[in-house]
Design a protein around this ligand. Structure first.
Ligand code: NAD
Length: 458
């Protein structure tokens, strides 16, 4: 008997999938409050029952440390689901709108309606969270949805495909696994919304495909996130917060991770000394062997990063790190100083454990450096100087901005609505960790260790 070949997912399969899901949507299946709640409860149950499988798959794809996987993927996904379950009734309620004198005595209201059949294309760096979070949003809004996870995180992709089939209504929610060919087949179809997370390069492909059908898109892209460091700071605290945002979150493979640092020529030597000391405190003398850091996701990305490092005029600028191990796909936290602006490492988003430091005569010059590049997703400033803080906010345009910390603003967004859910507790925990950065690492590790036990008791 010849081996049964796995059916290729082509344009025809994509068309019939969309047709089937549109049938469900048009029949009104996904619109009711009850259906939405049932699916959201299904996701919550799935995360509760299969947490161990999710954490194992994250370890397989990225060597993501267990605590990091739990906090940044499992608990945040669960938090998003809980928030939707709690708020859905309120979100679905028509909103009163004002009318004018000319239409008196009429009344008006804004009624939210689902868009239809939604495509979610996801990425690999937070492969569970960044897949399930937009799916939760699509379901809560009453849509049918197709998820295309990233082929670069294959263990999570396969797990998502299996779990969504097992826990959710397959007549309206589906997963298509695959890479460029499968995504291209999906993009040829007419969708009612495309939610894409990934690189700006593919973002352009997605937007062009969507334009053919006038489909609205949300593009969650990347960029180079600067960190400006003034001399007027508690340097140890600032450095610990930079390390936490850069290497302790997926080893720099995060869209809001610090991409490069700008400081003054005079202050740079002090900053580098403290970085060297604190990096050793966090990850030991041989960081390649540290279990507290994710690995580089794939051979291609490992090669991309080492190519950035090995470029002429770059390799001789390494002052900390630079070690690599292709077998383990690990690169040590690597710091470079005054790399020329026209090198690739200064032009493209690094998305890995390399951190160039640029030095300037005075910090106001940093505004021109930052504004000469594409708008960053996040911009960070470490300074106690109130005037510099104001100038930074007024002169830099960036997706998000944070003074005297890194990456925490993502938690602020999640906590805008006060609810005692896991992201909110995590945000308080992160704040606590920031405060504890003043104390010593022993305390920090101790808190880390006890957090899961604390969460179990909630
Ligand atoms: P990518 O663009 O290579 O891949 C993302 C998705 O697009 C994958 O599902 C992939 O299968 C698909 N894809 C790849 N090439 C394609 C093509 N030619 N045609 C159609 N589809 C294609 O991005 P990536 O490497 O997975 O992710 C890294 C980028 O994502 C970084 O720029 C990072 O900053 C960004 N990112 C942004 C956010 C955010 O929330 N803004 C979050 C995480 C990552």
């Amino acid at each position: 008997m010849p081996d049964e070949k796995k059916k290729v997912f082509d344009v025809e399969s994509a068309a019939s999938l969309v047709k089937e899901l549109r049938g469900s949507f048009n029949a009104g299946k996904t619109k009711s409050y009850e259906w939405r709640i049932a699916q959201l409860k299904g996701i919550e149950k799935m995360i509760d029952e299969r947490e161990k499988d999710i954490i194992e798959a994250l370890h397989e794809d990225l060597s993501k440390p267990e605590l990091e996987a739990f906090v940044s993927e499992v608990s945040m996904s669960k938090g998003a689901c809980k928030l939707a379950l709690k708020e859905l009734g309120h979100w679905m309620k028509p909103e009163k709108a004002k009318t004018s004198m000319t239409t008196y005595p009429s009344s008006a209201e804004i009624v939210s309606e689902p868009l239809g059949v939604v495509l979610v294309i996801s990425t690999w760096n937070y492969p569970f969270l960044l897949s399930i979070d937009p799916v939760i949003g699509a379901i809560a809004a009453g849509n049918a949805v197709v998820l295309k996870p990233s082929e670069i995180a294959p263990a999570i992709s396969t797990l998502l495909s299996k779990l969504l089939e097992e826990y959710l209504d397959n007549s309206s929610i589906r997963v298509v696994e695959g890479a460029v060919a499968e995504t291209t087949a999906l993009l040829e179809q007419k969708w009612d919304k495309i939610f894409y997370t990934g690189s700006p390069r593919v973002g352009r492909i997605v937007m062009a495909a969507a334009a053919k059908h006038l489909t609205p898109v949300t593009l969650e892209l990347g960029g180079k996130c600067p960190v400006v460091v003034d001399s007027n700071v508690n340097l140890q605290v600032a450095v610990r917060r930079i390390i936490a945002g850069k290497w302790a979150c997926n080893n720099g493979q995060a869209c809001i991770a610090p991409d490069y640092v700008i400081t003054t020529k005079d202050f740079a030597p002090k900053l580098i000394d403290v970085l060297r000391h604190e990096l050793e405190e966090f990850f030991g003398k041989n960081p390649i062997e540290s279990e507290d850091m994710s690995r580089i996701v794939s051979v291609q990305h490992f090669k991309r990063l080492t190519r950035l490092l090995d470029e002429d005029e770059v390799s001789d600028k390494i002052i900390i790190g630079g070690q690599r191990d292709e077998n383990q796909l690990k690169i040590a936290p690597t710091i470079l100083v005054d790399v020329p602006e026209d090198t690739e490492i200064m032009k493209e988003e690094i998305f890995g454990p390399l951190l160039p430091i640029l030095t300037v005569e005075n910090l106001e010059e940093s505004f021109d450096v930052i504004n000469s590049k594409s708008k960053p997703l996040a911009a960070y400033l470490f300074s106690e100087n109130k005037q510099l803080q104001k100038d930074f906010v007024n002169n830099i345009s960036s997706g998000g901005m944070l003074i005297n910390d890194t990456i925490l603003h993502v938690m602020t967004i999640l906590s805008l609505k006060f609810t005692w859910n896991i992201p909110h507790i995590f945000s308080l925990y992160m704040k606590l960790m920031s405060i504890l950065a003043y104390i010593n690492l022993g305390t920090l590790l101790c808190i880390h260790r006890y957090l899961p036990a604390f969460m179990d008791t909630l």
